[in-house]
Design a protein around this ligand. Structure first.
Ligand code: ADE
Length: 264
């Protein structure tokens, strides 16, 4: 696969029932090389559970200098991504016979709605997502109005472009696709999957430089361990993200523990 060629980078492939395909439109496809070539996401691609097709927006220009940006009408700082290459690249991708018509076209932009685990869960059920990586000051408004179905931000800060943000989305979504993460690494208990932060973790050695892992975790008492996990999950959330407790699914026992933790 040579993504520098742009266009469809992987040959048309057999698509399993649960395969998810990301179609990324970017001016810098090479930025995706390393993140996609290691660990869980690399394995998921090899297993045919995930496909990431990179398309170079510059390949859809027709002018001599392959210009993709221009000055903003009315003046102002920076450059604007021109509509033509974006319209053509999105049409190219969406026109592919195998692309699910209902697939969203997502623009990565600091102006978008804040990406979170719930959005990742929703996206993980789709078969295709088209992602546009914005650059410069932003994209021509006609792109937003006519092509884009969803705008996502990964946080309240401005990146040099949407590529890193797209990688964050791909990573978070891909690991929720059934089979991508083994049961031993199950995302079911991840922070945020449960709406709460994860409890502290310990591994061997049980004592390190005089610091001991909690006895209960070594006790083999499953019920006691589960109780400790829940309590520490609640403690951590209370300490760091009390706002999450407002929308979390809490049992009466959770509420009792929280009262105790607040009193501590
Ligand atoms: N592009 C630049 N900054 C971004 C952000 N915070 N989220 C998504 N896309 C971006």
């Amino acid at each position: 696969m040579d993504i520098r060629q742009g266009r469809v980078s992987n040959p048309p492939s057999f698509r399993s029932a649960t395969m998810m395909r990301f179609h990324v439109l970017t001016l810098f496809p090479e930025m995706f090389d390393s993140p996609l070539s290691v660990s869980i996401i690399a394995r998921a691609q090899k297993q045919g559970l995930v496909e990431v097709n990179l398309h170079n927006i510059r390949d859809f220009t027709h002018n001599r200098h392959n210009t993709v940006d221009d000055y903003p009408f009315g003046g102002g700082p920076g450059m604007v991504m021109k509509p033509e290459p974006l319209f053509e690249s999105v049409e190219h991708v969406r026109g592919s016979a195998s692309l699910d018509e209902s697939a969203p076209t997502v623009l990565m932009t600091p102006q978008g709605r804040r990406f979170d685990q719930r959005i990742a869960e929703d996206y993980s059920e789709l078969s295709d997502i088209v992602i546009i990586c914005g650059r410069y000051e932003g994209v021509d408004e006609r792109v937003r109005q006519n092509l884009v179905t969803d705008e996502l931000s990964i946080g309240d800060y401005v990146l040099g472009g949407g590529e890193l943000a797209a990688m964050v989305v791909i990573d978070a979504v891909a690991r929720l696709i059934p089979g991508v993460v083994g049961s031993a690494e199950s995302p079911a208990n991840d922070s945020y999957t449960t709406g709460l932060l994860q409890h502290p973790l310990y591994t061997r050695p049980s004592e390190y430089r005089g610091m001991e892992a909690p006895d209960v975790l070594l006790s083999g008492h499953h019920a006691e361990i589960a109780k400790w996990h829940r309590r520490e999950t609640l403690r951590r959330t209370l300490e760091r993200r009390p706002d999450l407790l407002e929308s979390a699914d809490l049992s009466n026992e959770d509420r009792r523990m929280l009262d105790e933790l607040r009193a501590e």
